[in-house]
Design a protein around this ligand. Sequence first.
Ligand code: BDR
Ligand code: CA
Length: 323
Amino acid sequence: MTNAEGQPIPVIIDCDTGVDDALALLFAVRHPGLDVRAVTCVAGNTDVDGVVRNTLTVLELAGAPDIPVARGAGRPLIEPARSARHVHGEDGMGDIGLPAPTRAPADVDAVTLLRREILASPRPVTLIPTAPLTNIALLLRTHPEVTRNIERIVFMGGAVACGNATPVAEFNVWHDPEAAAIALTAGVPITMYGLDVFQRVVVPGADVRRLRASAEPGTRLAGDLLSHRPATPDVGADSEAGGIGDAGAVCSVVDPAGITTRLLPVEVSLAPGPTRGQTVVDRRPRPGESEIHDGLREQQLVDVALDVDVDRFVKLYLTTVEG
Ligand code: BDR
Ligand code: CA
């Protein structure tokens, strides 16, 4: 898969590596249809220095040690950082004993690297945030001129039906709701790869075992990481199955036909209390009482992923990572 001119799609991944962010990086650097121009790091699953370390190590094991990596925001715009170590382990990588990286990150911060790579790209860049949107919000507010060379933002975050951080809010948006609101209203085309599809793409246990037995370090790492991904109720008795998580968002850039999207109004709840961080997706077929009584409000339209072809993405993931 390439863009209309038959060339790889230039992408930048903004991540909080993170078990499934690592799965996303492994996929992205191994897919010939993607040109990964940079990877930027933000606090989320673990602290930002841990994210940088994990990201550098994963890229080395994946055989892509030259992609520039930059450290970004160490906390959300307003709130303190709240890690997800209970999901991703003490080191953010499932505590599977990864080696330390051999190189250091770029000597510029994430926002500077994002700006530089976006403006230097000969073709518009697709941004793929798989983490809280703090770096992206800071970029859009500091250097709004970058939007002229951004093709689209395809972000993992939000949920139509059900949250994970709270009953209604997904972790990445909940962690920094103000940043998500800024990204959603930047005027850039945006795809929301939310929990509704994120949780469904699961690699069967037999495939996970094969990856873990591989002699190739990147493939083996993918297997080890998948084996750390908690099985969802959907996989029933297959206790070794593992979800690809954030990697699904990258799959949807390579193969947009693998998801079904609808252009819908989406608003991030910034109110304190039980709805904070919710992505309120308006699926009503016609205006309701709020519009009748309070008038129409201008709302951001987002391509919301409502369905995913699970087999297609599992196959895409495996064939790409196994080479
Ligand atoms: C998101 O939160 C993180 O734990 C995962 O890496 C993913 O990006 C899911 O809510
Ligand atoms: Ca993530």
